[in-house]
Unconditional design. Structure first.
Length: 249
């Protein structure tokens, strides 16, 4: 599957640095990203340890979620940005994927960054899911008490290829990026997993979030390694389906 060269696409980049200088890079990357042509929306994100969405951070691993005017804008960034150059030259490990938006609802910073994206045909293969929320201060304790049960469900969930907890701010602005074999796997987790369903019911009933976004994508053009492997490779797609992201290692 490939996206057209025009129209909105997104990308997700997971970078592991050899030391703790990653936090310094995050500060210096912000003005560079602000001046990047064709970049409609972006967030630099810390990550949790492993698949966990709970307390605790992996200070060597950071992520970028970005929305682009089209693939040419992303390709220019990967080929010419000093940020992408550092990923190639300094990162201990990096994984990159292009994302064709399927559907989204909610907001991030007051608006849906994927509004206006033309959805591709429904996928018959892997699906990527991004969920994020701004947690109300009075609901932080309830949220983090719910995390262990949801984490255990996610770790053993059939059809989940990989997942990572990500966040803008410690504690209060949290997100998850996950990869699934297909849409049926997403639905099983969302609606049949008891722990996850119970948390969603409490979120709605008790108003945990001041803002939230849920988005689904068709992942394509993945390249590099996430914890030593590309989690999309086991699905059985051929090398051409993955492609090589220009400028990415």
């Amino acid at each position: 599957m490939t996206a057209t060269s025009t129209g909105i696409i997104a990308s997700f980049h997971l970078i592991r640095y050899p030391g703790l200088d990653a936090m310094r890079h995050m500060a210096f990357d912000r003005p560079v990203l602000c001046g990047t042509g064709g970049l409609r929306f972006w967030r630099l994100l810390g990550t949790g340890r492993g698949r966990s969405t709970g307390l605790g951070a992996d200070l060597r691993r950071w992520a970028l979620f970005a929305v682009w005017d089209g693939e040419p804008a992303l390709e220019r960034f990967l080929a010419g940005s000093p940020i992408a150059a550092r990923w190639r030259e300094e990162a201990e490990e990096s994984w990159h994927v292009r994302l064709a938006p399927l559907a989204s609802h909610g907001g991030w910073g007051g608006a849906d960054p994927l509004a206006g994206a033309a959805a591709p045909p429904p996928p018959r293969g892997p699906v990527a899911v991004l969920t994020r929320a701004s947690i109300r201060p009075g609901r932080l304790v309830a949220f983090y008490r719910s995390v262990p049960d949801v984490d255990r469900l996610l770790r053993r969930q059939d059809g989940c290829l990989d997942a990572v907890g990500i966040g803008e701010w410690p504690l209060a602005r949290q997100a998850t990026f996950s990869l699934w074999e297909d849409e049926a796997s997403v639905r099983r987790y969302a609606y049949q997993g008891g722990a996850h369903r119970a948390v969603i019911e409490r979120v709605r009933r008790e108003g945990w979030y001041s803002e939230e976004l849920f988005a689904r994508f068709v992942p394509f053009g993945s390249q590099g390694a996430w914890d030593g492997r590309d989690p999309l490779r086991p699905v059985g797609r051929d090398e051409a389906a993955h492609g090589t992201a220009p400028g990415a290692r």
